[in-house]
Design a protein around this ligand. Structure first.
Ligand SMILES: C[S@@+](CC[C@H](N)C(=O)[O-])C[C@H]1O[C@@H](n2cnc3c(N)ncnc32)[C@H](O)[C@@H]1O
Length: 301
């Protein structure tokens, strides 16, 4: 320990954060203090995220611990309707329009939907099998898969998401579609508590798209999936961010007090195997370099 009461590694992190290498990170963070809507490129997010991580590590508060689970859930729910520069009603409307956003994220969501369907095909999960989606947002992907002929239960934490998702169910009925689509509000860490007893252990596949990295406890989520799947059923993890996302998302996590991480692929795979699944298959980005998103499937023993 040195004169400032810091361990040598903490002192090194503090010195680095004050060095010329992080001048831009310091400048961006300062600008962000006076402009909470500051929009940054991915590269800038990494720089400012790395700067904040060094700072917080030197203070002994990185990695962050979130003791109050309910508070994390509440933050996550309110953050979902606080889009930069938009009112709550406008944020709700834009969220409902997903994935039909006329811009590169919109095009990416549509192409990811094709990728998710082809992953389902690869693991032999086909219509009319029974799917459960975790962290489904306003339920667009659940709806698309229901239209394809799957029986789908979408789940999410936010009551606002559920309101929008239930409007999808209603609109399908108006179109005369008799599709098996429903939504439940539940934390993904304990889905079995919100399901009817007779549907636990009946799912052919539980999938999650860009949401597991928001979980309060991803390890518990995987264990909960193992409980809800039938024997031989599949866990499908789609486009979950790799390690670098911890830096990309850190600034927003600090500002919004939400919980978002990037995954260490080996750690994720080890935990899946420990939770009653066979050796996971890597469906995309075999060589991830800690950068590329994770697409993984694992079959319950
Ligand atoms: C980035 S959004 C992705 C939503 C959706 N997959 C989509 O493509 O629109 C993350 C979602 O996870 C939900 N979420 C966050 N933490 C959760 C938790 N612990 N349990 C269940 N859902 C959660 C959020 O409410 C949000 O709907």
């Amino acid at each position: 320990m040195n004169r400032n009461g810091k361990q040598p590694l903490q002192h090194l992190a503090w010195s680095l954060s004050k060095s010329c290498f992080f001048r831009e990170g310091r400048r961006l963070w300062k600008e962000n203090q006076s402009n909470s809507q500051l929009s940054l490129s991915k590269f800038q997010k990494v720089i400012v995220g790395a700067y904040l991580i060094l700072q917080d590590f030197s203070e002994g508060i990185f990695p962050p611990t979130f003791e109050d689970q309910q508070k994390v859930y509440d933050r996550e729910i309110s953050y979902s309707l606080q889009w930069p520069g938009l009112s709550v009603e406008d944020s709700f409307e834009v969220a409902q329009m997903k994935p039909f956003w006329f811009s590169s994220p919109g095009f990416q969501y549509l192409s990811d939907f094709v990728a998710v369907s082809s992953c389902l095909k690869k693991i032999n999960v086909t219509p009319s099998m029974k799917l459960l989606e975790l962290g489904c947002g306003t339920g667009w992907m659940s709806e698309f898969l229901a239209i394809m002929g799957f029986e789908v239960v979408g789940s999410t934490l936010s009551p606002h998401d559920i309101r929008a998702a239930n409007m999808r169910v209603e609109s399908l009925k108006v179109k005369g579609f008799d599709k098996k689509l429903s939504f439940i509000q539940t934390p993904m860490e304990s889905i079995e508590k919100s399901l009817e007893n007779d549907s636990i252990g009946t799912f052919d596949c539980i999938y999650v798209y860009e949401a597991l990295h928001h979980a309060y406890n991803w390890q518990q989520t995987i264990e909960s999936c193992s409980t809800c799947l039938k024997s031989g059923g599949w866990l499908l993890i789609c486009n979950e961010p790799n390690l670098i996302h911890t830096m990309v998302s850190y600034r927003v996590s600090v500002l919004s007090e939400t919980h978002e991480i990037g995954f260490n692929r080996s750690q994720l795979i080890a935990h899946i195997e420990k939770s009653g699944f066979r050796k996971p298959k890597i469906l995309k980005n075999r060589i991830g370099f800690g950068i590329f998103p994770l697409w993984i499937a694992a079959q319950k023993r």
